[in-house]
Design a protein around this ligand. Structure first.
Ligand code: FES
Length: 582
């Protein structure tokens, strides 16, 4: 039913009426160019106009089913009396895009922001799946602040190889190490490629895509169940249709995204990230999203809220199971209920379905306790993301203890330094490399400015000569990120990064480095005078980018500890279109 026909008589004007209700030359343009597509005027005049923001692309395989998903959203919008208009935005495919999809997260967010603001939309449904598509859409939408709902594309079905489950990324890494160590053949490696990814959907480990889908649900910006329904399960389409219905009501009720993305919601998300053994990438993305929404989230919040929390979900890369198992066990609602029952969540945080987080999840039942453990008998104690500080990372660094080796959590070793990713690739397989199981691998110039784009290279491959001896983990330190599907004792996001003159740039081969995760310390054991001498001799490297977006990025990107957003994008500019009175 059109809003004007509800009988209330005093409804607030819709934003879209600034386009469609004009009785002048511009109104003619706006209406006529929709009527030429066969939409009668009563479809878009007086009804909430809902944008379906689609990241479908053949270059983003994780989102390749989004045309179908968009159709279900469209039906939902029509069910509820809205008018749906689908539009494309830049899509970031993690597997295809070089040099790294992260370089373009902020660019895509600008596309989303301007596409929403510049068009006659009253609300928006955000279709997102592959890693960076979720934060880029949420960042852009948060800066505009219309009523918004996130719909994730859902994980793939579990991979099966030789009768055993295999997970995206996690087993790619382990099998590539087995290949380099001569433990499997190239033919076996190729066979696993088809066995691992056998349906639509995003990576089905608790990698960054699954983590961010969980964050969407924990933040309350997605409907209950959003995180784990497999992409090819019919219930994913039902959820999309329900989102289409719900966004129309959110517009009628005037529920802006900022009423969902509150500080309480982000605090909930940080804690839930521990409960699921979520990706370290969530640290950067949540800080960036929060600051677009006007919430001053920081690494200190991650440290304060994420400390000493249990991980309940036994999921790869930290554990054994995959997202399909997580869904069958009850999914994220179980983790939310367990954490809320132990006083760890803001129960009253409002969600997009008009109910609180607690109201949505209070009755969640767990069907497989081997997949989602009870709070008092967790899968891992003291999980979460640990924030490290010290003279090697004055502005912070992170490590995921649940994916690390217990025997390396307190460790001092001598540095084996790689000056760039190319240097690492050149020397890592050289049997003369001076490295042993006590060494600490250090990789420089892979941060936001240095790479540029902060690639997922922090989980450096181990030297074959150590792999052949059965050594599967070393302490690794860098200013890079790592894939959420990766594992190991890997210290990431060192800030300031080497390219910005951080102390990481000063590390030399043989320097002792101490990692103490329980004490949250990361120290370069070199005396102050020697570090001052090195600093005086240090010269910033030539930037990799001389023109275009990459130059804009390098000139303006913030450090990882501040979300790696562009400095001029932080915050909201709202839905008002400047210079719209022509
Ligand atoms: Fe898209 Fe992993 S490659 S989620």
């Amino acid at each position: 039913m059109p809003m004007s026909d509800t009988g209330s008589g005093n409804r607030k004007p819709l934003r879209s009426e600034a386009w469609f209700a004009r009785q002048d030359k511009m109104g003619f343009y706006y209406r006529s160019w929709l009527r030429n597509r066969g939409f009668p005027q009563d479809q878009f005049e007086g009804r909430p106009v809902i944008g379906i923001c689609n990241t479908w692309s053949e270059l983003t395989p994780c989102n390749s089913h989004f045309r179908t998903l968009a159709e279900h959203v469209r039906w939902g919008v029509l069910d509820a009396g809205g008018f749906p208009l689908e539009f494309p935005v830049m899509s970031l495919g993690e597997t295809m895009l070089r040099p790294t999809a992260m370089l373009f997260r902020n660019l895509a967010s600008m596309d989303v922001e301007e596409s929403i603001r510049g068009n006659p939309l009253d609300g928006v449904v955000l279709l997102m799946g592959c890693d960076k598509t979720t934060p880029s859409l949420l960042m852009g939408a948060a800066s505009v602040d219309l009523p918004s709902i996130g719909v994730s594309g859902g994980p793939m079905l579990r991979g099966i190889h030789c009768g055993k489950p295999i997970g995206s990324g996690t087993n790619t890494i382990s099998m590539s190490e087995q290949l380099r160590a001569g433990q499997i053949t190239l033919a076996e490696f190729h066979e696993a490629e088809a066995d691992m990814h056998r349906s639509h959907g995003h990576c089905m480990t608790m990698g960054t895509a699954s983590t961010m889908a969980c964050m969407v649900e924990a933040l309350g910006v997605g409907l209950p169940g959003n995180a784990a329904i497999p992409a090819v399960d019919a219930r994913r389409n039902l959820l999309a249709r329900e989102a289409g219905r719900r966004i129309v009501q959110m517009v009628k009720d005037g529920v802006a995204l900022s009423q969902i993305l509150t500080r309480e919601a982000f605090e909930n998300a940080i804690r839930i990230n521990a409960g699921i053994g979520g990706s370290t990438n969530a640290v950067i993305h949540l800080i960036a999203i929060a600051r677009r929404a006007g919430v001053d989230l920081s690494l200190d919040d991650w440290d304060r809220l994420g400390r000493e929390l249990p991980c309940l979900a036994d999921l790869m890369p930290s554990g054994r199971y995959l997202m399909e198992d997580f869904f069958e066990a009850g999914g994220l609602p179980v983790v939310i209920r367990e954490f809320a029952e132990h006083g760890l969540l803001n129960r009253g945080a409002m969600t997009v379905n008009g109910r609180t987080l607690w109201e949505n999840n209070a009755q969640a039942a767990c069907w497989k306790r081997e997949v989602i453990h009870p709070f008092d008998e967790p899968f891992k104690r003291d999980a979460g993301i640990a924030v490290l500080r010290g003279n090697l990372a004055p502005d912070g660094a992170v490590i995921k203890p649940s994916a690390a080796s217990p025997h390396l959590m307190r460790h001092t070793g001598r540095a084996v330094v790689f000056e760039s990713i190319e240097d690492l690739h050149r020397r890592i397989s050289d049997d003369s490399l001076d490295i042993d199981e006590r060494s600490v691998m250090v990789l420089k110039y892979c941060g936001p400015k240095g790479y540029p784009g902060m690639a997922e290279v922090g989980n450096m491959p181990l030297p074959p000569k150590l792999l052949k001896r059965g050594i599967t983990d070393l302490v690794r330190i860098s200013d890079a990120r790592m894939s959420g599907t990766a594992y190991g004792t890997v210290v990431l996001h060192v800030a300031p990064e080497a390219a910005a003159g951080g102390p990481l740039a000063l590390v030399e081969n043989g320097d002792p480095i101490t990692l103490d995760v329980p004490a949250r310390r990361l120290e370069l054991e070199v005396d102050v005078a020697e570090l001052a001498r090195r600093r005086a001799a240090w010269r910033a490297p030539e930037p990799h980018a001389a023109r275009g977006y990459a130059k804009l990025y390098v000139d303006h990107v913030l450090q990882a500890s501040d979300g790696a957003d562009l400095d001029f994008l932080v915050g909201r500019s709202g839905a008002r279109v400047p210079r719209d009175n022509h």
